[in-house]
Design a protein. Structure first.
Length: 341
């Protein structure tokens, strides 16, 4: 009989610990304000997704704290990333969303300007997987992906470490495309306005979900030509748009493109600073995932034309870890194309 008592005591102890942890989390968040840091300006797809979270996620987090959005644009997303990594409170009252390419910067030669370790962040997941697009305004001479190999397309850049510049610069180096990058745009909204004004001819990297949300008339009224999509399997809504992989001429180029666009699988990554206490980090992860399965949240997301295809935290972590295990020859090929040898 005695041998059954010890496991029973251990079981009760474990349950008591879980209960105490839950009580601790609830007490901590009760009456608190949780900030969601967004690396873009107001009105972007990332911003809209975060603001939607503020209205629904508190219902799924013990203590039901108030949630607010803090826009923190700058340096192509590095301003927000550094804040989350270094400055932000590491107590569970701050989490955020950063550019999908930022976690790969240290791997791809951004070490001179990037002072964080993406493997130390606590990843929460992503609301969606994305297919990003290269698009040209209907008046531009570039009409197809193949045209990019012989004709120049003037596109906007929002920072040296932003995907809007990294992607076209790398494609120029890898494939011989002829993107001409005009830097200095504060954010994608300003770039979009400049396309419409005729100051530039297109965008080399903007997600399909964002196009539908921010500028649905561009597609409906045929104001743009979609040159290619970055998804390796075509998005079901644009099945006739070719994949960027069709521009690859060698197996190594294909591998390099797959490394470059691994970022699109975790399209809008959310993360916490390092060292958030485990019980609060786990509670935030659970609440984040539950929110993305909430019927009211999903209904509002659909109304706002925000595409939801939830990517769990574990999958985001796996994508990042797998990228850091890429063969050195492929990594060096991408770095060379970026001009980061």
């Amino acid at each position: 009989m005695r041998k059954f008592i010890v496991p029973a005591i251990a079981g009760f102890a474990a349950l008591a610990a879980v209960s105490a942890s839950a009580q601790g989390v609830e007490e901590f968040y009760k009456g608190k304000t949780v900030s969601i840091v967004v690396y873009t300006t107001s009105g972007s797809g990332y911003d809209l997704a975060a603001r939607l979270l503020t209205r629904h996620m508190p219902h799924h987090l013990m203590g039901a704290p108030t949630m607010i959005v803090r826009n923190m644009p700058g340096a192509g997303g590095l301003t927000a990333t550094r804040y989350l990594y270094v400055t932000a409170p590491k107590d569970g009252t701050v989490f955020g969303t950063i550019g999908r390419g930022i976690p790969f910067e240290p791997l791809l030669g951004g070490a001179s300007t990037v002072d964080f370790d993406p493997l130390k962040f606590i990843w929460m997941g992503s609301p969606s997987r994305e297919s990003s697009l290269a698009i040209a305004w209907h008046t531009a001479s570039v009409k197809t992906a193949q045209d990019l190999l012989t004709k120049e397309l003037i596109v906007a850049g929002t920072g040296a470490s932003a995907d809007s510049e990294i992607v076209p610069r790398t494609l120029n180096g890898l494939l011989g495309t002829k993107f001409k990058i005009i830097s200095g745009y504060e954010g994608i909204n300003r770039a979009v306005l400049s396309v419409e004004r005729g100051e530039i001819e297109g965008l080399a990297y903007w997600s399909w979900g964002a196009v539908k949300t921010v500028k649905p008339d561009w597609v409906k009224d045929k104001k743009i030509n979609i040159l290619f999509q970055t998804a390796f399997v075509p998005h079901p809504e644009i099945p006739d748009v070719p994949s960027v992989l069709t521009l690859a001429k060698t197996e190594q180029q294909t591998q390099a493109l797959k490394l470059l666009f691994a970022r699109d699988i975790a399209a809008r990554p959310f993360l916490m600073p390092p060292d958030v206490p485990k019980d609060r980090a786990d509670a935030l992860k659970r609440a984040f995932e539950a929110t993305h399965k909430d019927k009211d949240f999903l209904a509002e997301a659909e109304k706002a034309q925000l595409e939801i295809e939830f990517v769990p935290a574990g999958e985001v972590e796996e994508i990042i870890h797998r990228a850091y295990d890429t063969p050195t020859t492929v990594v060096e090929m991408v770095k060379k194309a970026m001009g980061r040898e």
